[in-house]
Design a protein around this ligand. Sequence first.
Ligand SMILES: O=C(O)CCC(=O)C(=O)O
Ligand SMILES: [Fe+2]
Length: 167
Amino acid sequence: MERVLARLPWRQPEVTVFGRRHPIPRRQCYLALPGCEYRYSGTLLTPEPLPREVADLMQWLNRQSQAGFNSVLANTYRDGGERMGWHRDNEPELGPSPPLAIVSFGARRRLRLRWTPKDSQAIELAPGSVLWLAPGVWHCLPASRRAQAPRTSLTFRRVIPGFYRSR
Ligand SMILES: O=C(O)CCC(=O)C(=O)O
Ligand SMILES: [Fe+2]
């Protein structure tokens, strides 16, 4: 899987935060079945084809669950300085109650989950683990002083096919 991930067409798009353009502090690649466009932080992501190994993993996750995943946002953080801010993956093309599964590779990093405005919790994501995230939970991947090696996550989603074609 590490060889497969290393060959993905990684990109570092710019996003608009409070009216200013910034490159995202990580690399990403959107992999999906044809017709599953996804709008993430204001950019429309056109799907890249799913490598067989990633499609096999998606099929395995779909056999474990009712999630019906058809797309993957892959993220790579080259070191502990790269990160992802607070969000909750509630884009309209994911439907009203979207499940999410995060599969981790490489360095161990902590994901922070927010249960209430005052109550959050960190969970360490080990390589080879799957985290099933309940719909709508706020989460972030903070910078880490300890992590020096790269980490890659595959975040499996179910996008409504053709959502942006019909609009
Ligand atoms: O890298 C991670 O584990 C978190 C990724 C994430 O939250 C996302 O892609 O929406
Ligand atoms: Fe997320």
